[in-house]
Ligand binder design. Sequence first.
Ligand SMILES: [Zn+2]
Length: 216
Amino acid sequence: MKTARLHAVPVNNQTLVELYSEAPLPTRHGLLRAMVFRERGTDKEHVVAVKGDVRGFEGVPVRVHSECLTSEILGSLKCDCREQLEHALDLVGHAERGAVLYLRQEGRGIGLGNKIRAYALQARGADTYEANRQLGFQDDLRRYDIAACMLKQLGVKSVDLITNNPLKIASLESEGVPVRRRIPSMAQANPHNIGYLRTKRERSGHLIDLSDKTTA
Ligand SMILES: [Zn+2]
């Protein structure tokens, strides 16, 4: 029976998602455990790939990754999401324990269709942030309360966060997940994404070192 959606954003983030299913998953990165969480009262699903035993541990290597169909499925070179996801899975897969959270919030939360509309504007010269604003969206609609809720349900005490994004660290901490340290995420520049990476660095304070890659 389908449950009616009562609250858009419940007050206590412990209640935002619930574990729906889990199973061992052999992968190119070793044996992981796939755990699917559902947003309470909806059929929206998020997935975590877990390595080893994370419950009760401090400094668990964690990547909080937002879905990017264009890069991860279609091989788009306009962003570096696929490389960052692969890097995180590889890192976690080789660690004793860790987790990669895969959040279904495409295009910084604006959805796939609107992301492609933004790309159309970018093809006419707008950068990522200008395009979103022209479409009437804020710079970044991604939310991390769901990720925090998932990490709490996994029993992770603190994380070593795989990211270049200071905002992500601050967001998780404000949601009650201590970040012990940052593990730099891989950012590989190519002629198509160099502008995007520079914009991320200059407009959002991303900690990306492009010094020796800008000629790629
Ligand atoms: Zn992307």
